[in-house]
Ligand binder design. Structure first.
Ligand SMILES: *[C@@H]1O[C@H](CO)[C@@H](O)[C@H](O)[C@H]1NC(C)=O
Length: 119
């Protein structure tokens, strides 16, 4: 009898746990579904996606957030940017180099001995 009670109690706990988990998962899905469109828009901004064609419905939510009447302006600018991306990204290290040479004298000396002791 005691064992059966224990088994029933365990079963009850599992059921409560599963119901709670189902509710949590359902709520998460609802939340994500609400933001799926803006998440997809952000995915388009990933340079790894630039080579893929931009879906006709893309950037709708982002345009709305930016207060634009429609997607045409953002779409045009975005496509122009993606076309130039290969050249733009090549300039980045050079830009950093030019900043470095300007600031070189202002940078504090690194205490290498101290760093080696710490590692
Ligand atoms: C999109 O909006 C711009 C103004 O923001 C407007 O000039 C243009 O005609 C609109 N295009 C379409 C297809 O509605």
């Amino acid at each position: 009898m005691k064992l059966l009670l224990k088994l029933l109690l365990t079963c009850f706990k599992f059921n409560v746990h599963n119901t709670a988990m189902d509710t949590v998962i359902c709520k998460l899905e609802q939340r994500f579904a609400k933001h799926a469109e803006i998440c997809s828009d952000f995915t388009c901004l990933d340079p790894r996606q630039f080579s893929k064609p931009l879906p006709t419905t893309a950037l709708f939510k982002l345009s709305k957030v930016l207060g634009l009447e429609n997607t045409s302006i953002l779409r045009e600018e975005f496509l122009d940017f993606t076309k130039k991306w290969d050249k733009l990204k090549l300039n980045l290290p050079e830009v950093y180099e030019s900043y470095r040479s300007d600031e070189e004298n202002e940078l504090p000396e690194l205490d290498l001995e101290c760093l080696q002791k710490m590692s």
